[in-house]
Design a protein around this ligand. Sequence first.
Ligand code: ASP
Ligand code: MG
Length: 403
Amino acid sequence: MLIVQKFGGTSVGDLDRIQNVANRVQKTVNEGHQVVVVVSAMSGETNKLIAYAEHFSATPSVAEVDMLLSSGERVTASLLSIALNEMGLPSIAMTGRQAGIVTTSRHTKARIENIDPSSMQKAINAGKIVVVAGFQGVNEEGMVTTLGRGGSDLSAVAIAGALKADLCEIYTDVDGIYTTDPRIEPKAKKLERISYEEMLELASLGAKVLQNRSVEMAKKLNVNLVTRSSFSEAEGTLITKEENIMEQPVVSGVALDRNQARVSLVGVTDRPGIAAEIFNALALEEINVDVILQTVAHDGTTNIDFTVPTNELENAKNIVKSFVEKGEIKSSDYNESIAKVSIVGVGMKSHAGVAAKAFSAMAAENINIRMISTSEIKVSMVIEDKYSELAVRALHSAFELDK
Ligand code: ASP
Ligand code: MG
């Protein structure tokens, strides 16, 4: 198999750990696989370089910031390659440019546009282990760019896609994706497999492990992703196409989002187009509206409730105010002490009674559900924040995720 292995900052955090990575790579090679490695900078290094730049300027020029930041990953790529060569494993280190990664021009937030894998492929064909500096590429003008914080995951997935690798393994200090946050429910189990769609919906469970952008890219490029720990031999979690999952549990995981606030609009003029106006105004400010609830109109007005991320609440309030001033909304109310719990599973598509079971689990704990929203593979409930952990445990056990 051709395997892309990506090692994050903590996995290459010091020289011993880089040696540990070299040993891991050797093990994979000895198992008969071809390996391309993508590395992050040593943990803390990128922050240190940013601080260096800010020593000279509060607004350092972005092209130079990119050249500076790209050096962190070059250090680890070169050192790992030196270690591998010393172990008798022929290896070559490559920058983003050498690996053929072309990005948009947007410095510090570039997107990968295209990868020409021919240099990497040539080295692989010559029996070499290719070690690529993650997080970077070059734009059309040949200027060095970086992909945004945490971007070396994206490098790895994109490279795996371009090389048509069989597997892309993301190594961190966490050993996989769990059915829920083990700090809330110690009985949480590590998932063997999960679909891209479920992973995207369970983002909060993967937050420390994988960026959503990387999962989206893996889905688009059809890359089989594995998240696993570089500090243990434990098998990780495979994130793959739904078809590759034989036994589809009705519910795969329970996610909790405590960073939601509820906006209640009272006495909204009941006329065609009003919802469009309000939500367009929110969209223009890039406010991510989640659960929406509208009540049946009465006396020519209606009530609309919705949730937004807590850090976007102030922005939302300003927009609501403008509608109140125009006389389109009578009054508004806000509540930050809410949370959203969600159950996610592709098996829901073919099972009835999933929502009913979730609501019963809430009822048994006397938890009042304030809002509900569903999709094909998800049921979300907005509840009072103080019940969040209880709700997660109740759902986890109702759907037998601890079994
Ligand atoms: N070194 C970069 C960062 O700290 C990229 C990465 O680690 O993925 O954001
Ligand atoms: Mg990282």
